[in-house]
Design a protein around this ligand. Structure first.
Ligand code: PSU
Ligand code: MN
Length: 336
């Protein structure tokens, strides 16, 4: 599976295996170069478990230096659980699948120059040789291109509050409807309209939504959203079986697995809810909308909760990484 995709990619792109110290400059000036790190490339061609990781969480989701520390720790957790991490980002116009420590550090320090890259932004960022973090939608695209089936993130985008009038719906949702990748997340933040998200958008897009070891879809900072997920799975092996069926039947749609934040790290519902309400009001007063809205809300909620929300965010990403790696390992065994 991964091998035939790679072979197909070689026909369309110039794929470079980066050396560990190699920079990311595009030596032949080609647009259409994708760089795969040596360990990811080896893992893909030998059928080892690989877990893709997004990078908007590094470039826009957390402040420096917590962003860099968390990214490194998440990669280490994936490794400890038997899989190879592939953090995906675009540097100098080159989509990179797997980052070297230097590349990771560069991304974490881009700050204001970093682009936030969703599907619609990819062509412009590559053509202008810019750099930035890939959101869930763009990360899914690149993971799928190289044959990675599992992808771990913290929270995914959704339908923003008042989405019925603003029509601000994250491209993460439509991407799940058109790209066959499994995304492990802690659910959707209550900065988003959760019922609209689950019952309208994802159902319409044909996305399989699974809650892990619970029947309630998780709400990122808190364990429950009050909305039931359409199905529940309880082990990594069960998740792997569902992913394999989705692939064999060639359904071409994504799977979203929601795993609740560990109880000891969840933020009290009231504290988070009032911080979210304040941040939403401020965003609206300041006219912050579009792709700037999610990063603004995340950083304001962090300030308003005295850092508690960032701590929760870090804890849940790590928890998601454990499950993602376990599923990837189980999947590699089935596909053996
Ligand atoms: N939620 C978080 N942290 C994040 C994001 C969401 O808790 O960093 C990022 C993810 O990369 C997600 C993106 O794909 O925000 C969604 O942005 P938007 O709502 O603009 O589509
Ligand atoms: Mn949006």
């Amino acid at each position: 599976n991964a091998l035939s995709r790679l072979a197909n990619l070689h026909r369309h792109f110039h794929i470079t295996k980066s050396s560990t110290k190699g920079g990311s400059e595009n030596e032949n000036g080609n647009v259409g170069t994708i760089k795969i790190s040596p360990d990811v490339s080896t893992a893909l061609s030998t059928g080892k478990a690989v877990v893709a990781l997004e990078s908007t969480i590094i470039s826009h989701g957390m402040p420096y230096p917590q962003n860099l520390e968390t990214a490194k720790e998440v990669e280490a957790i994936v490794r400890e659980n038997g899989a190879v991490p592939a953090t995906i980002a675009i540097l100098d116009g080159i989509p990179c699948i797997g980052l070297s420590p230097e590349e990771m550090e560069r991304l974490a320090k881009l700050e204001k120059t970093a682009r936030k890259i969703s599907r619609r932004d990819i062509a412009h960022v590559v053509a202008t040789r810019s750099s930035g973090g890939t959101t869930v939608s763009a990360t899914m695209i690149f993971a799928s291109m190289v044959g990675i089936s599992i992808f771990v993130t913290g929270g995914i985008g959704g339908v923003h509050k008042h989405g019925e009038s603003t029509m601000d719906i994250s491209s993460d949702l439509t991407e799940l409807g058109r790209t066959s990748i499994t995304v492990v997340s802690a659910g959707v933040k209550s900065i988003l309209d959760i019922p609209r998200y689950l019952e309208n958008i994802l159902e319409t897009q044909g996305v399989s939504v699974v809650s892990y070891q619970t029947d309630d879809f998780p709400a990122f900072y808190t364990e429950k959203s009050g909305c039931k997920a359409p199905c529940q799975l309880d082990t990594p092996e069960d998740c792997a079986r569902m992913i394999e069926v989705n692939r064999k039947l060639d359904l071409k749609t994504g799977i979203l697995i929601g795993i609740p934040i560990p109880k000891e790290h969840s933020v009290s519902g009231n504290i988070i809810e009032s911080a979210i309400q304040t941040a939403l009001r401020e965003a609206s007063d300041k006219g912050i909308s579009g792709s700037a809205e999610t990063p603004y809300l995340l950083s304001r909620v962090n300030e308003l909760t005295g850092g508690a929300s960032l701590e929760s965010n870090i804890a849940l990403v790590k928890n998601n990484a454990v499950l993602g790696a376990q599923i990837a390992v189980a999947l590699a065994q089935i596909q053996d």
